[in-house]
Design a protein around this ligand. Sequence first.
Ligand code: ATP
Ligand code: MG
Length: 139
Amino acid sequence: MAGNRTFTMVKPDAMEAGNAGAIIKMIQEAGFKIVAMKMTKLSEERAGQFYAVHKERPFYKDLTAYMSSGPIIAMILEKNNAVEDFRKLIGATNPAEAEEGTIRKLFAKSIEANAIHGSDADETAAQEGNFFFAETERF
Ligand code: ATP
Ligand code: MG
């Protein structure tokens, strides 16, 4: 059965544009409960660890520079079928291909600066949550 938790980050472009509040409102209105939340900034090294799965990709260096360029808001979210439903809410990686009404369609600037992260599987959701949050920071 699909798990009930996913992990997300409001990325630096959306933070800089002042869209964090609108994005969090959409997340809550879609039925996700915020289990953990913090504003923080990744170093380039930590961004590299987070996106280590992409380290052979041509965009990796740019991605880690961008993800460490400003603060982010990290969250663990709870809902039935959380991973899949959240990927639907955020839309395609490239905002040009994202469906109308999705977070990326509304707020992403480019395929790189695409406003928000969403875990791609239950296992990565758990790993990514552990990357940012201690047990005492989850509610
Ligand atoms: P995320 O993991 O951030 O939720 P995603 O799962 O939709 O995004 P991935 O393929 O995991 O997409 O890529 C991770 C991130 O790397 C993307 O969100 C984007 O910021 C960046 N990225 C992906 N593809 C490209 C590309 N072709 N050019 C530049 N940046 C890219
Ligand atoms: Mg991904």
